[in-house]
Design a protein around this ligand. Structure first.
Ligand code: SAM
Ligand code: 2KA
Ligand code: SF4
Ligand code: MG
Length: 218
């Protein structure tokens, strides 16, 4: 199989427990909860997405025929030093494409590997950091990981649903305020206030801010 990558870039992880860490992001094209077309957004399962994942035309994007080709591309974006190499696979939905062959090729390049997934598909073995961000109305299949990062508020998916999971199912429980699209920050301000209130009342949950957006990095 070949890999379709919308964009790939080096930045800092902006969200969750690894926030602030240097990382190469590989944003795969395509998602199983939205086509990515604005005309389909209102009918999609996931309607609040802040990301363009359509096509392979972004910076560092393209089609990669072999896993070693994509791993070498991501290694080149990191640079020659092999210390602390960290790659985050996101999308779109990365578990539609991230497979054992690519994981193995990334290990050969010396990377620790993270994934940002909507949790509707099982994660393959060998991923070092699994962030699950469940979506209202979608199956919750990947029920364990290193962190659970719930975009908040989703009226049809309240945080207390996850309080019935085993205590060790996830290492961290985050509420990430829902950002709006070209609304001048209104939705983000309101959802941040609601998340702050929720975390104060339910201290299992912590606030995850999208720090990359605050400082203007990708
Ligand atoms: C674009 S998604 C791609 C990965 C995967 N499809 C998923 O949903 O987890 C990356 C992260 O951004 C979050 N996200 C998407 N839209 C958002 C929004 N409008 N506000 C805050 N977080 C958002 C997702 O929940 C996920 O944690
Ligand atoms: N800096 C930065 N951190 C991120 N964490 C998760 C992201 C994503 O879109 O998956 C993301 C992103 O797009 N940029
Ligand atoms: S599941 Fe993730 S990539 Fe897909 S539409 Fe929702 S937030 Fe965007
Ligand atoms: Mg993002």
């Amino acid at each position: 199989m070949s890999y379709s990558v919308k964009e790939a870039f080096k930045t800092l992880q902006g969200e969750g427990a690894q926030a602030g860490r240097a990382a190469v992001f590989c944003r795969f094209a395509g998602c199983n909860l939205w086509s990515g077309r604005e005309t389909d957004r209102a009918e999609a399962v996931c309607r609040f997405c802040d990301t363009d994942f359509v096509g392979v035309d972004g910076d560092g994007g393209g089609k990669f025929a072999r896993p070693e080709d994509l791993a070498a591309h991501l290694a080149a974006l990191w640079g020659p030093d092999r210390a602390f190499r960290y790659a985050v696979f996101t999308g779109g939905e990365p578990l539609l494409q991230l497979d054992a062959a690519l994981i193995a090729a990334m290990k050969v390049e010396g990377f620790e590997i993270a994934v940002e997934t909507n949790g509707t598909l099982p994660a393959p073995a060998g991923i070092d950091w699994i962030c699950v961000s469940p979506k209202a109305g979608a199956p919750f299949v990947q029920t364990w990981g290193h962190e659970l990062k719930l975009v908040f508020p989703q009226p049809e998916l309240l945080p207390d649903v996850f309080e019935t999971l085993d205590a060790d199912a996830f290492g961290h429980y985050w509420l990430q305020p829902m950002d709006g699209l070209s609304d001048g920050g209104v939705m983000r301000i309101n959802s941040t206030a609601a998340a702050v209130d929720y975390c104060q009342a339910h201290p299992r949950w912590r606030l995850s801010l999208q720090t990359h957006k605050m400082i203007g990095i990708p």
